[in-house]
Design a protein around this ligand. Structure first.
Ligand SMILES: C[S@@+](CC[C@H](N)C(=O)[O-])C[C@H]1O[C@@H](n2cnc3c(N)ncnc32)[C@H](O)[C@@H]1O
Length: 293
C-alpha cells in the first residue's frame, strides 16, 4: 500500500487528478480527467450502442480514481437505464480509489455513481439491481490471470496504466495476451497510448488495431489520441500511412516480460538491448521524414 498523500490537482475541464511520485506522472491528461474518461474510453468502446443490448461487461485495467468506470456507467445508463452492468477493476494500490471518494473529487459524478464509487473504494464490491462491480487489488499481471481462468469476457476494456516508459510491466506482449483472453470476440479495448511499441505489442498478442483520431484542436507534433484494439479490424479507424510506417521503426519494438513477473528495470533493459541490435529504421529518421519535431 502506498504511503503517498494523494493531493488533488485541477485539470483543464474542472475535474481533479492525482500525481504519483513513485511513477513520476499524473493520473490523467492535464486537458481534463473527466473528459478523457468519456472521450478516450467510453466513446471509443461504443458503450452507447452496446447499452441497447441490455447487458454489458467491463474491464477497467488500472482503476485508479475510478473515472473510466464512472464515465462508462453514466454513458450506459443515460441511454438505457435498465442495462445490467458487470465491472471488474484491477488496481495495485487501494489508497487511490479511497482518496478519490472525498469531495471535491467525487462531485464530478451523479449521486448514483458517487455511491457506487464509494462502495467500490471502501468494500471493493458493489451490488445494485443494475450492477455488480468488483475491485481486485494486486498486480494486474496476476489478477488478470484469475479473471481469464474464470473465462471472464468483456465487451469493453479500458486500458489505462501509467506511460510505457514509467510502467513498462503493463505494456508487454505477454500482459496484452492475458488481457486479450478477457475480451469478447466483438469487444473493444481502448487506450490513450499511440506509441508504436504498444501498438506492436497489441498486434503480437493477436489483436487488430486502429487509431483514435485527433479532435480539431491539437498540438502540431500530435498524430493520434490513442489506440483502439479488437479481434476484427473492420470497425476500427485505420492508421494513417505515417502511423503504419511508425510500426516499421525501432520505436515499434515491444516490451517483453516472459513470466509476467520481471521488474520495470529488467523489462526496460531487455527492451533497450533489443532496440540496440535492431536493423530497423531509427525513429528519429521516421520523425524527420514526416516533419515531426
Ligand atoms: C494512470 S493511473 C489510472 C487512472 C484511472 N484509470 C482513473 O481513471 O483514475 C494508473 C493506475 O495504475 C495503478 N497501477 C500501477 N501499477 C499497477 C499494477 N502493476 N497493477 C495494477 N495497477 C497498477 C496505479 O496505482 C494507478 O492507480
Amino acid at each position: 500500500m502506498s504511503a503517498e498523500p494523494w493531493i488533488p490537482q485541477l485539470t483543464e475541464d474542472g475535474s481533479f487528478t492525482f500525481f504519483s511520485k513513485e511513477f513520476g506522472e499524473a493520473f490523467h491528461s492535464r486537458y481534463g480527467a473527466r473528459q478523457e474518461a468519456f472521450f478516450k474510453f467510453a466513446r471509443v468502446t461504443d458503450l452507447v450502442e452496446r447499452s441497447r443490448q441490455g447487458y454489458i461487461c467491463l474491464l477497467d485495467v488500472c482503476y485508479g480514481l475510478g473515472y473510466n468506470t464512472a464515465a462508462a456507467l453514466e454513458t450506459i445508463w443515460a441511454t438505457n437505464p435498465y442495462c445490467q452492468v458487470e465491472v471488474y477493476g484491477l488496481e495495485l494500490d487501494e489508497t487511490v480509489p479511497r482518496a478519490a471518494i472525498s469531495p471535491p473529487l467525487i462531485e464530478s459524478w451523479s449521486p448514483e455513481v458517487q455511491s457506487i464509487l464509494q462502495a467500490i473504494a471502501l468494500e471493493h464490491h458493489c451490488t445494485t439491481p443494475q450492477l455488480t462491480a468488483t475491485l481486485l487489488i494486486g498486480d494486474a499481471r496476476q489478477t488478470v490471470q484469475m479473471l481469464a481462468t474464470r473465462h471472464f469476457q468483456a465487451d469493453a476494456i479500458f486500458f489505462d496504466p501509467f506511460s510505457p516508459r514509467r510502467c513498462p510491466q503493463l505494456w508487454t506482449v505477454e500482459f496484452f495476451a492475458q488481457i486479450a483472453r478477457c475480451l469478447k470476440a466483438d469487444g473493444k479495448l481502448a487506450t490513450y497510448s499511440r506509441s508504436a511499441s504498444v501498438r506492436s505489442a497489441l498486434l503480437e498478442a493477436g489483436l487488430q488495431i486502429g487509431t483514435i483520431p485527433l479532435e480539431n484542436t491539437h498540438l502540431p507534433h500530435e498524430w493520434s489520441q490513442g489506440t483502439v484494439a479488437a479481434f476484427h479490424g473492420r470497425s476500427l479507424p485505420s492508421l494513417s500511412l505515417m502511423e503504419q510506417e511508425h510500426l516499421q521503426t525501432r520505436a515499434a519494438i515491444p516490451y517483453r516480460d516472459p513470466l509476467l513477473s520481471d521488474s520495470a528495470e529488467t523489462i526496460r533493459q531487455r527492451h533497450h538491448q533489443e532496440q540496440q541490435y535492431s536493423q530497423r529504421e531509427s525513429t528519429s529518421s521516421w520523425r524527420r521524414r514526416w516533419g515531426i519535431r
